[in-house]
Design a protein around this ligand. Structure first.
Ligand SMILES: [Zn+2]
Length: 121
């Protein structure tokens, strides 16, 4: 369950930002999670709710946006989505170019795990 350490890091960022802006309360948190991180967003929300109790971020609403993976193929210069792969939730598979099957590809999206913005009051 790597959700716990990631959720902890996200909450630290949120609380830190809230404190720097003298927030009374964090109302909403907007988060981007890449599909390739294989993070379980329901589990993340649950952990957020648990670990923010008693902090400025208690009761905040979480908007989690999932980012689809995008690649750039180094062989045929294909740019775009990858074909849906199986076993995502077990282990990260090798990523291939859907056009030529090359595995030497650059992942340009899908590994995000960041706080995009927060709404405070
Ligand atoms: Zn290719």
């Amino acid at each position: 369950m790597h959700e716990i350490s990631i959720a902890g890091a996200i909450v630290d960022t949120v609380i830190d930002t809230a404190n720097k802006n003298n927030a009374q309360k964090v109302d909403e948190v907007f988060i981007e999670i890449g599909e390739l991180t294989a993070l379980n967003t329901d589990q993340l929300k649950f952990i957020f709710e648990t670990i923010t109790k008693g902090t400025v971020a208690e009761g905040a609403k979480y908007n989690i946006e999932t980012i689809s993976p995008l690649i750039e193929c180094k062989k045929c210069e294909y740019k775009g989505k990858i074909k849906y792969f199986e076993k995502l939730h077990f282990f990260l598979p090798a990523i291939k170019c859907p056009d030529c099957g090359e595995t030497d590809v650059e992942v340009t999206a899908g590994r995000e795990c960041c706080v995009r913005k927060i709404k405070i009051s």
